[in-house]
Design a protein around this ligand. Structure first.
Ligand code: TRP
Length: 328
């Protein structure tokens, strides 16, 4: 079947993925494979903007690849690769930097946020982050980029950079990408408050065992006004209920919705039901993950092969880019 165009997305190697990554990004990556020719990249070079050492980079890359593969990224059909395996992206980053006004980079809200977060390490790579991201996208003649809403300024930046480059060098070599926002609503962590994230340690890793998952679910904060089991609860503000809506059958969701409001079901029971449904949902994922994890050399081979296929596309695009710039 002819596909509709090319999708590209990237994510920094954060190691084992959590429920927020799964619902916000990975599930979409998997679904998009039906209709698009997909390229998914683990951006290890981007990761270097925020870490001082490269110690855990390999392991984090590997763990993330395991999760993506187990979730259903099909490496025979899509390209799954590691950013640094295609060095052309660094070359393109340099060329794109020549059509990038400095003020545009310093004005980006994402850059300002980073300087606030790590004032002790405001490196040049942080400033150039969106330029490298643009290079990622245009190096594969990408039509669509599925990303969270926080990345919107970067995609707009990429579009403007493509226009500047094509105009300056009188070419159509680069394609302006369209964005497809994936995170429709934020996945809240077990604190019931902030977006689920590893750095806040409010996350539930996909690769936990069923027991570990249940333990974590039991720590979830529910309606804070409900002190005792005999108090009525409010599912509308309860994150466990939000999760039930995603992972439980409609009948059970309706039952909880009614019973919670009249203290007919307690939070512990409600959480155990959610944990059970989540564990059931993740069972095939866990089996697949364990299988891939038992064959690490094959997983590395998948990434190397993905890198080769990505590089072949990149090299053709770079020929066009250099020709447009009158470079040898
Ligand atoms: N900036 C993205 C993030 O922080 C990661 C990323 C790098 C990316 N290159 C990309 C996303 C290209 C989409 C396309 O999440």
């Amino acid at each position: 079947m002819a596909k509709k165009g090319r999708v590209f997305s990237g994510a920094r190697p954060t190691g084992r993925q959590h429920l927020g990554n799964y619902l916000g990004a990975i599930q979409n990556y998997v679904d998009l494979q039906k209709e698009y020719d997909c390229v998914y990249c683990i951006v290890d070079v981007h990761a270097l903007t925020t870490v001082e050492t490269t110690q855990e980079l390999q392991q984090n890359t590997f763990e993330m690849a395991l999760d993506w593969l187990a979730a259903g990224i099909r490496p025979d059909e899509s390209i799954l690769f590691v950013q640094s395996h295609v060095p052309e992206v660094m070359e393109l980053h340099t060329y794109l930097s020549m059509v990038t006004p400095l003020g545009k980079l310093t004005d980006l809200p994402t850059f300002k946020e980073k300087i606030r977060q790590q004032p002790e390490n405001v490196n040049y790579g942080l400033l150039g982050y969106p330029v490298l991201m643009t290079a990622d996208i245009v190096l594969y003649k990408t039509d669509i980029v599925p990303v969270g809403i926080d990345q919107a300024p970067h995609i707009e930046f990429a579009r403007e950079t493509v226009r500047s480059f094509n105009y300056r060098f009188g070419t159509k070599a680069l394609i302006e990408p369209d964005v497809k926002h994936t995170e429709v609503k934020k996945v809240v962590g077990i604190d019931g408050k902030d977006k689920m994230s590893k750095s806040l340690n409010n996350h539930i890793e996909l690769a936990l065992t069923a027991e570990e998952t249940t333990k974590r679910v039991r720590e979830m904060v529910t309606d804070p006004a409900r002190m005792r089991k005999t108090d009525p609860g409010n599912p509308d503000i309860c994150n466990v209920f939000t999760m039930h809506k995603i992972f439980s059958e409609k009948e059970e969701v309706d039952m909880i919705n009614t019973e919670c409001r009249k203290a007919g079901i307690g939070c512990v029971d409600c959480k155990l039901r959610f944990a059970g449904n989540l564990n059931k949902h993740l069972e095939p994922f866990r089996a697949k993950r364990a299988d891939f994890a038992s064959r690490p050399a094959e997983v590395q081979e998948i990434l190397v092969d993905g890198g080769k296929r990505a590089r072949a596309i990149a090299q053709d695009v770079m020929k066009e880019v250099r020709a447009a710039m009158k470079l040898p």
